[in-house]
Design a protein around this ligand. Structure first.
Ligand code: G1P
Length: 287
């Protein structure tokens, strides 16, 4: 399956990130020197995606603006001779094609994906949750794209989580058909702790076929009274089969403060210009 389009739902309120997200979309909060959503789009590009479809609301247009030219800023940087900055700012506008569709009511992740139906059309596509960050060599959406090409099946990303955290995720049960690849038998959105022995949690990366939209338009509100993507996926898995791939790399949930702060430190430590200074400060604080 060739994946050219990705749907990135970004219409959520971001209450976990308040008060930082009061007037800035949570996806625009910086992790080190880029907004969260830029890392997600860069990961999509590494997987071969060319078109990004944001599912937005009225307060999120700044996300689209981030991936557009800012001619005024560019001319200021040009006049100041700040070539490197200029290149970086321009590069963001040239990464991908951007489309946006409004989610006029916040009815859940499944509903957000359904809003993109017309823009997706009839090709397989990816979905990425806009505040899930994945870092590491070869980690991320490209792992799923590879498996979906090999097997011509929808594929979703999972990671193992501790048993007492399964109630925060969609949980997948499956049969391991090759190392780290599972044929899905069951999926439940945020099961209560102790109700399933599986610890394979969905991590916000999906490669889907357009027949998911039929299921999304039919599913009833599920967990939390919302239209859940997981419920539509479970129906699609029963109908045509679906794979889960245990993803490598590190995942950070940018809506969780421990993860958010850790992601900043992780990226800071990877920057040779910051590493020594950051290490010294961390050592002093921890000591
Ligand atoms: C969504 C999905 C859930 C998945 C999670 C990953 O939940 O519904 O299945 O495990 O993303 O981040 P949310 O975090 O939006 O409640």
């Amino acid at each position: 399956m060739n994946i050219r389009k990705v749907v990135i739902p970004v219409a959520g309120w971001g209450t976990r990130s308040l008060p930082a997200s009061k007037n800035i979309p949570k996806e625009m909060l910086p992790v080190y020197n880029k907004p969260v959503v830029q890392y997600v789009v860069e990961e999509a590009m590494r997987a071969g995606v060319e078109d990004v479809i944001f599912v937005t609301n009225r307060d999120k247009s700044v996300i689209e603006d981030h991936f557009d030219y800012n001619l005024q800023l560019e001319s200021v940087l040009e006049r100041a001779g700040k070539r490197e900055m200029l290149e970086q700012v321009r590069h963001v506008a040239e990464m991908v094609n951007i489309m946006a569709v409004r989610q006029k009511k916040q009815l859940g992740l499944g509903h957000a994906v359904l809003c993109a139906r017309e823009l997706v059309g009839n090709d397989p596509f990816a979905v990425m949750v806009g505040d899930d960050l994945m870092f590491g060599d070869d980690a991320g959406l490209q792992e799923l794209v590879r498996v979906s090409k090999e097997r011509s099946m929808p594929v979703i990303g999972v990671m193992e989580v501790p048993a007492d955290r399964i109630n925060r995720y969609g949980i997948v049960t499956g049969e391991e058909i090759s190392p780290g690849v599972y044929s899905i038998t069951e999926m439940v959105e945020k099961p209560a702790v102790g109700t399933t022995s599986s610890r394979l949690a969905i991590v916000g990366r999906y490669v889907l076929t357009p027949d998911i939209f039929e299921h999304l338009s039919r599913v009833k509100p599920g967990h939390g009274g919302e239209i859940q993507l997981t419920d539509a996926l479970a129906a699609l898995a029963r109908e045509r089969g679906m794979l889960a791939v245990k993803m490598g790399g590190l995942r950070f949930d940018a809506g969780d403060w421990v993860d958010y702060l850790s992601a900043n430190v992780y990226l800071g430590l990877l920057d040779p210009g910051l590493r020594d200074g950051l290490r010294a400060r961390l050592r002093a604080m921890l000591g």
